[in-house]
Design a protein around this ligand. Structure first.
Ligand SMILES: *Cc1c(COP(=O)(O)O)cnc(C)c1O
Length: 340
């Protein structure tokens, strides 16, 4: 057993791709694999997405796309974030597609997408510039597809009006939430990330959306200790035993992505739900046990029915932040893929 063992279920991932393709009813699916495939390993999930019918890969940065170019010489790689002028030459050389997200020069010599700001108030142009020939796509991004479909529909309306004269270009606006809940947003292609990883854009149980979690995360009890009443575990003595209490220590902490604000969440020890207690430290956290359990007992941090959505609620964050924060660096974790 490794201290931090990550298992990526590519079978589940492929089923999620098919679920999305079904929902898109003919629109292209572009797999968003930025941030190392939302922490799952960009190359592995990209291969699976393409094999199931995704027709392009979307990244946030030129550097992310250049890494994938080595593995996928013939695939469309679309950089959605801003680029600096000194990145354009490398992007051209690697046959990347870039996105224009603010006013200024439109890079030349490679395919370009133009992003319109229709209400996100972040990236995007207020209106379409005269579109040069190498513009291949027009896009916008929703601020509230997961929480307020009314506002998303307003954004869509603005986008459709602004781009009506350019219906020959690929128009793409939908993220996972819109692909699942706003059929009119499917247009020519949808840029889906979160749902492919089996996480619900709506924060609930992914099974309700027909999605299966892809990432499992396991560790083990590296120490089991009995606290007498009045004794404590962890920094700041934030967990104080009021009676004899068995504590298991897992050798994983916030440097591995098990965030410090996950105190109070549940993990599985030998398959049973147990509470995380005390302050989570950089390389360890404590679990309250019902009685003495053997050192080496498996601890599940994610998977086997334990949902990232539950941890996200405890940490008052979103699953995007949790999974992109899981540290898969080989000095900290062992990541393997299965195809179940
Ligand atoms: C990350 C991102 C997406 C994917 O969003 P999900 O909610 O993960 O599906 C789509 N479009 C843009 C511009 C993004 O930055």
């Amino acid at each position: 057993m490794h201290r931090s063992e990550l298992t990526v279920d590519l079978g589940a991932f492929r089923r999620n791709v098919r679920r999305l393709l079904g929902a898109l009813e003919g629109a292209e699916l572009w797999a968003v694999v930025k941030a190392n495939g939302y922490g799952h390993g960009a190359a592995d999930v990209s291969r699976a997405a393409l094999a199931e019918g995704a027709s392009a890969l979307c990244l946030a940065t030129v550097a992310e796309a250049l890494v994938l170019r080595l593995e996928f010489p013939g695939v469309r790689l679309i950089v959605m974030g801003p680029t600096t002028p000194d990145e354009v030459a490398a992007a051209r050389e690697a046959r990347l597609e870039l996105t224009v997200v603010s006013d200024g020069e439109i890079p030349e010599g490679l395919p370009v997408h133009i992003k319109l700001d229709t209400g996100m108030g972040r990236w995007g142009l207020a209106e379409l510039p005269g579109t040069p020939v190498h513009v291949v796509g027009l896009m916008t991004h929703f601020a509230t597809a997961d929480t307020d479909l009314g506002f998303a529909a307003e954004q869509l309306e603005r986008f459709v009006a602004a781009t009506a004269a350019h219906a020959h270009l690929t128009r793409h606006v939908a993220n996972s939430a819109a692909a699942l809940r706003l059929p009119s947003a499917r247009l020519d292609a949808a840029r889906c990330g979160l749902a492919l990883y089996g996480l619900s854009p709506f924060g609930g149980d992914p099974a309700q959306e027909g999605l299966e979690p892809v990432l499992a995360w396991r560790s083990y009890l590296a120490r089991v200790v009995r606290l007498a009443p009045g004794e404590s575990t962890g920094y700041g003595r934030r967990f104080l035993a009021d009676r004899e209490t068995w504590i298991g220590v897992a050798p994983v902490g916030y440097a591995d992505g098990f965030r410090r604000d996950l105190t109070g969440t549940e993990v599985l020890v030998l398959g049973e739900r147990r509470r995380v207690v005390g302050t989570i430290s950089m390389d360890a956290f404590a679990i309250e046990l019902p009685h003495e359990l053997p050192v080496g007992a498996p601890v599940t941090l994610l998977g086997e029915g334990l949902l990232a959505e539950e941890h996200a609620r405890v940490a008052e964050t979103i699953t995007y932040e949790l999974v992109t924060g899981v540290n898969s660096d080989p000095t900290r974790a062992r990541r393997t893929t299965v195809d179940a």
